[in-house]
Design a protein around this ligand. Structure first.
Ligand SMILES: Cc1cc2nc3c(=O)[nH]c(=O)nc-3n(C[C@H](O)[C@H](O)[C@H](O)COP(=O)(O)OP(=O)(O)OC[C@H]3O[C@@H](n4cnc5c(N)ncnc54)[C@H](O)[C@@H]3O)c2cc1C
Length: 460
C-alpha cells in the first residue's frame, strides 16, 4: 500500500476512513469540489456491506472454489432513493441499474399477483392493480386503503412515530391479521430489515409515503445488472483524479491532540490531512477513535444489529422465468432470478431464526419452500448452494433511537462522521449511507470556507 503525501497541491486534503457507500459518497462529493481525498479501506475491495466478491475469495468458506462472483446479498433500491441515484450518476454507472415496474407476489401453491402503476396519477396509481391482487381479501384491501390514507395524513405530521412500533401503529389503525401479515409486513421487513414489533413506526410510514404514495414511478425497483463492486470500480474513479483509493489500508487509530485530529495511524505508516471523515459502522468507532463516543456524548450501547441471510442456489435447469418475486407466508421473503432461472438468490431479512441453523438446514428449508412457490424446482437438481449470514447487516431501526443517531459534526472541529447509522433521515440502507456521506462532505466544505451542497432532496 502506498499513500499519497500530505496536502502538497494547495487543495485541502481530506482522509476518509472506510470505503463503504458512505465513505465513497463523501469522496465523490469532495472530489467534485476540488478537494484532495484519500479513502482508506481495510479490505481489498470497495463497497463495504454492499459489495461482491469471487466465491473462491470468501474467507468464511474457502471450500467454495467455483470462480463465480456473487454479491454478498442482493441489494435493491427504489427510484425514491434520490441520493443513491445521484451517486451512481456521479460515478457514471447509472445505466447499470435496471429498473423494474412490476412487483410479483406469490402465494404458496404458486398463485401470482402483479402490482404495477396504472393510468391514474399518484397517489392513486396502484388502484387498478391493487383491486386485482388475489392474495388479499376485500376486507384486507379496505384495511390497507384506510392505512395508506392514514400514512398520508400522519407522516411528518405526528411527533410520536419514533416512540411507537409499526405494529402498534397498525393496530391503532385496526388493520386485520391478513393485511398486516401479507401486505405491511411483507413490504416493511425487507425494506427496513426489522420486524414490525421492533421497528419504529416513523420508518414504516416513510417507506410507504415516499415509495408508494409520492411520484408515480417512485416504487420502481432498481437491481444492478453487474456485481455490486463493479459499480465502484477503477473506471468510475477516473473522473475524480484528486481522489486516491487505498485498499488494504486498515486505520488502527485516529489520533487527537490539542483538540484536533493530527493523523491516522495505519499498520506501518500514518497519514495527516486537513480534515477526517470516519465512515465506519458504529461497532468500529470505539476501537478506531477511542474517546470520541464519550466526548461526543454518543450512546453506542443503544444500537443493536439485525441480520440478513442470503441463499444462492444453482440448479441444473430453469425453475422460473420471473425476474424476482416476493414470497408470502413463509421464511423466505424474496426471490431474485440471477441467471436464466437457474441461479436463484433468496433473501431473508431480520433473519434471527436462521442464525443458529446449520448451513445444510438453511438450504433444505429454502428448497422446501421454493418448491411450494415454483413447482419446477421439485424436478430440478441442485448443483450447488451458498449461504451468506450477515449477522451485522444493519442496525436495528428500533424505537427511541433517532435522537441517538449522531449528526455529521463532532466536538472535534476537523473530524466528521458518516455511515448508515448516523442521522441521515433514512434507515440503514444504501440511500441512508450515501446521504450521510453527502452531509459529511457538506460540513467539510463548510470547514474549508467554501460551503457546497450535495444532498438531493426527497421526491415530493
Ligand atoms: C446482506 C445485506 C443486504 C442488504 N440489502 C440492502 C438493500 O437491498 N438495499 C439497501 O438500500 N441496503 C441494503 N443493505 C444495507 C446497506 O448495505 C448498508 O446500509 C450500507 O451499505 C452501509 O454503508 P456504510 O458505508 O455506512 O457502511 P459499510 O458498508 O459497513 O462501510 C464501512 C467500510 O469501512 C471499512 N472498515 C472497517 N474498519 C475499518 C478500518 N479500521 N479502517 C479502514 N476501513 C475500515 C469496511 O471494510 C467497510 O468497507 C443490506 C446490507 C446487507 C449486509
Amino acid at each position: 500500500m502506498s499513500l499519497p503525501g500530505d496536502s502538497d497541491c494547495g487543495r485541502p486534503h481530506v482522509a476518509v476512513i472506510g470505503g463503504g457507500l458512505a465513505g465513497l459518497a463523501t469522496a465523490a462529493a469532495l472530489g467534485s469540489a476540488n478537494c484532495q481525498v484519500t479513502v482508506l479501506e481495510a479490505r481489498p475491495f470497495l463497497g463495504g456491506r454492499a459489495t461482491s466478491y469471487p466465491l473462491n475469495q470468501n474467507p468464511t468458506n474457502p471450500a467454495d472454489d467455483h470462480g463465480t462472483t456473487i454479491d454478498n446479498c442482493q441489494h435493491i433500491l427504489l427510484r425514491c432513493c434520490t441520493n443513491l441515484i445521484d451517486f451512481y450518476q456521479r460515478l457514471g454507472v447509472e445505466d447499470r441499474i435496471q429498473f423494474h415496474r412490476e412487483f410479483f407476489w406469490i402465494e404458496p401453491g404458486g398463485r401470482t399477483s402483479v402490482m404495477r402503476a396504472g393510468v391514474l396519477p399518484a397517489p392513486l396509481h396502484f388502484t387498478e392493480s391493487f383491486a386485482r391482487l388475489r392474495f388479499l381479501s376485500v376486507k384486507a384491501k379496505m384495511d390497507v386503503a384506510r392505512g395508506l390514507l392514514a400514512v398520508r395524513s400522519e407522516y411528518r405530521n405526528r411527533n410520536d412515530l419514533d416512540r411507537i412500533t409499526m405494529l402498534d401503529w397498525l393496530r391503532e389503525k385496526r388493520q386485520s391479521g391478513q393485511a398486516i401479515e401479507r401486505f405491511w409486513r411483507q413490504v416493511l421487513v425487507s425494506a427496513i430489515n426489522e420486524e414490525l414489533d421492533r421497528m419504529a413506526a416513523s420508518h414504516g410510514l416513510q417507506v410507504f409515503s415516499l415509495g408508494f404514495l409520492s411520484q408515480k414511478n417512485a416504487y420502481e425497483m432498481g437491481i444492478p445488472n453487474v456485481p455490486l463492486a463493479e459499480l465502484y470500480g477503477e473506471e468510475a474513479w477516473r473522473k475524480y483524479p484528486s481522489v486516491e483509493i487505498c485498499e488494504r489500508a486498515p486505520v488502527s487509530e485516529v489520533v487527537v491532540e490539542n483538540g484536533s485530529v493530527q493523523r491516522v495511524n495505519l499498520r506501518e505508516t500514518s497519514l495527516a490531512a486537513d480534515a477526517y471523515v470516519i465512515a465506519l459502522p458504529y461497532e468500529r468507532l470505539a476501537t478506531t477513535a477511542p474517546g470520541l463516543a464519550d466526548s461526543a456524548g454518543l450512546d453506542l450501547a443503544a444500537f443493536t444489529h439485525s441480520p440478513i441471510t442470503g441463499i444462492h442456489l444453482w440448479f441444473d435447469r430453469a425453475i422460473t422465468d420471473l425476474p424476482h418475486a416476493t414470497l408470502l407466508d413463509r421464511t423466505i421473503q424474496w426471490m431474485f432470478n440471477k441467471e436464466g432461472g437457474r441461479h436463484i438468490q433468496l433473501v431473508v431479512s431480520a433473519s434471527r431464526s436462521l442464525l443458529e441453523m446449520a448451513r445444510q438446514d438453511v438450504i433444505d428449508l429454502a428448497l422446501r419452500e421454493l418448491q411450494e412457490f415454483f413447482p419446477d424446482a421439485a424436478a430440478a437438481k441442485l448443483d450447488r448452494a451458498h449461504v451468506v449470514k450477515e449477522v451485522r447487516a444493519t442496525f436495528s431501526a428500533a424505537t427511541n433511537l433517532e435522537a441517538k443517531r449522531p449528526v455529521s459534526t463532532t466536538p472535534i472541529q476537523n473530524l466528521f462522521l458518516a455511515g448508515d447509522w448516523t442521522r441521515s433521515g433514512w434507515p440503514a440502507t444504501m440511500e441512508g449511507a450515501v446521504r450521510s456521506g453527502y452531509k459529511a462532505a457538506e460540513e467539510v466544505t463548510q470547514l474549508f470556507g467554501f460551503r457546497q451542497d450535495f444532498l438531493v432532496p426527497d421526491i415530493a
